[in-house]
Design a protein around this ligand. Sequence first.
Ligand code: C2E
Ligand code: MG
Ligand code: MG
Ligand code: MG
Length: 292
Amino acid sequence: AAKRAGKNQYQFFTQTMQQEISERISLTHDLRSAVDNGELHLVYQPIYRLHDITLIKAEALIRWQHPTRGNIPPGTFIPLAEESGFIIEIGKWVFNEVLHDLSTIDPLRLQGVQISLNISPVQFAHPQHLMAFIKRLERSNIPCELFCFEITEGLLLEPSRVVQDTLKTLKQAGIKLSIDDFGTGYSALGYLKKYHVDYVKIDRSFISNLGEDNYDFILCRSIIQMAHELNMQLIAEGVENAQQENILKVINCDFIQGFLHGRPALFSTLLQQIDQQTLEQLSQPLLIAETK
Ligand code: C2E
Ligand code: MG
Ligand code: MG
Ligand code: MG
């Protein structure tokens, strides 16, 4: 009986594995038509300066509304796109979409709020379309300084010649660099300095238990301290409550991103938030003058 159970178990595993594989193949296939059929769109999540909750950046995040399966999260389809190389096409689509959104407004309306884009390591291995994006910006009225590329620390560990040259060109053009999901990989800050990284984003997994887990607290505090000594600024990801926010203030974090102050939303919503903030800033000196 034990032998039979063992055999069944084995069949069960191969069956789920088989299902998983065909699922991945079918999603990879569907992704190719998703671009042409307009099933993708972008949302923007605000990033705030911690001491006064001023909006200073927004991260563009991709969304896929599948015709029969509904919303498929990027955590599911981005790795498939990376494996198949289709991430290059997705990356081009993201650049086009962002430039389209920005073309609908005067860039001055952003009030210097930077747009952060997630760039896969696969895109760095084939950097022609990254270069094409820079050239397009240089021909437009949108400054390169308005953009920040979010990369993962793995890219900087042992970068190829191509990757090093690409990073150099991006920095020279004025593009800012963020290290995404910091703490989940190698977590060495020293080599980040070499590539003139501007921002380090502490991964959400270290923020979520900040109030309860002393280890996470110590880790975040020392990451922030070391990064500051190397002239980099810190963004905490996934800040969901006031307790996390308060602790981050105590340990001198610079910026926060998370559901507490802002969820990913349409470009029009981001613009509304920026406009409102601009109005508030304009009316502040007036209020002080009136009360004198
Ligand atoms: P990421 O770059 O680390 O993006 C942050 C993720 O955390 C986003 O998930 C965001 O919605 C989520 N998040 C933000 N604040 C909170 C919070 O307070 N609580 C919780 N629970 N989650 C929060 P999302 O949009 O599902 O994206 C997942 C990942 O997919 C991204 O992680 C990024 O690695 C990748 N991705 C998204 N868009 C793109 C893209 O255009 N290109 C590439 N290459 N990757 C992308
Ligand atoms: Mg990111
Ligand atoms: Mg992240
Ligand atoms: Mg992440």
